[in-house]
Design a binder for this molecule. Sequence first.
Ligand code: ARG
Length: 458
Amino acid sequence: MKLWASNFHKALDKQADDFNSSISFDSRMYKQDITGSIAHARMLGKQGIITAGDCEAIINGLEGILADIEAGKLEISPEAEDIHSFVEGELTSRIGDAGKRLHTARSRNDQVALDIRLYLRDEASQIISDIKGLISVLCDKADECKEYVMPGYTHMQRAQPVTFGHHLMAYAQMLLRDIDRLHDCIKRMNVSPLGSGALATTTYDLDREYTASLLGMDGITANSLDSVSDRDFTVELISCLSLVMVHLSRFSEEIILWCSWEFKFIELDDAYSTGSSIMPQKKNPDMAELVRGKAGRVFGDLTAMLTALKGLPLAYNKDMQEDKEAVFDAVDTVKMCLEVFAPMISTMKVLPGNMRKAASGGFINATDCADYLVEKGLPFRDAYKIVSEIVAHCIENGLTLESMSIGDYKSFCDKFGNDVYDAISLESCVMRRNVSGGPAPEQVAKQIANVRKTLTDM
Ligand code: ARG
């Protein structure tokens, strides 16, 4: 029987019952539901709202239920309306009347608001640690690759040389910001709505702070109507996760390009590639493509959540039950993506020879050639114009900046000397970009050290 059915003359229609039920997706919050109930019971006991004996019976009963679920001895019934009804029903069947006292001074509205906060707090922390794992893989890879010269691109056109380590560390920075945002999101999530009741608190003398402290929460929510209506934290979390997916998806796009024969900057390990059923030569970056594709799901979850909330009057409305599938999907998706991403990166083979080949001969050092003339005293705009003419000349005559003779150089500007070849070599182009945040191996090493330090501090 439903918790609320005493005043009803007939049972809920079967289809309506299935439609209404959330047990198929909220059963995953069983642990948070039980932990929340234990804290609530302790508070009721401490305040003398229930007797010490009932309090003890409830706590023992709930601990037994938790242990049995975890040991696989108790199956969560798919017939239950939701996880809250299931746990309370099971408790009452185990301990009798004391079980019926658990819900004193509580509603499922503040209960579910608590459960989901506790659940997402733990998941967000797990995601933070997964992201840290990926950043640390990036640091190790970048360390190996800090000397590898590759073309940096703008508009997907070769622009200026960078190092592969530098490129990888750009993603580490994005992911660090993601961690920061997740911490900030947890901060607002980690306050207890318990005691708000259905919408207007209760008449009992509660100690809400005590319950919150038992649950490791930083405080209590300030307005009971807001407490049971607020799902902002799900929106915030999915927004943070959407940005994580933007980052992973951009990274995936580059990995897919780098694996192509047109680039061949990297090769993914066989354990993270797939083949084609018809084309024997194929090695496909499916994992990266799936991550790129799954970004769309998470953005969809965000839209679903925002839309579900936008027209809701205060306080609780059943629409809010829709929060769970959206936010759970976002959390599950991001966790899966991170789990496959980190080993895909740590096992990939980097091909510095191909990166270097792509960086050579493509006028990627044209800015450096102009900077050379600036060093010889020319204003940058004049130097830029001379080098444009040189590049046009090279293209017309099948030359590169490296292969053009010094005589030809001098015909464009008499300030050119033999030292120009050294100035435009890829190594010096990269080495000389030894500015904070730059691609020079020395700077990349600093970036890596700073990121590693941040990881241990945060
Ligand atoms: N399954 C419900 C949910 O997820 C629990 C809260 C039910 N509250 C109510 N007033 N019907 O939102």
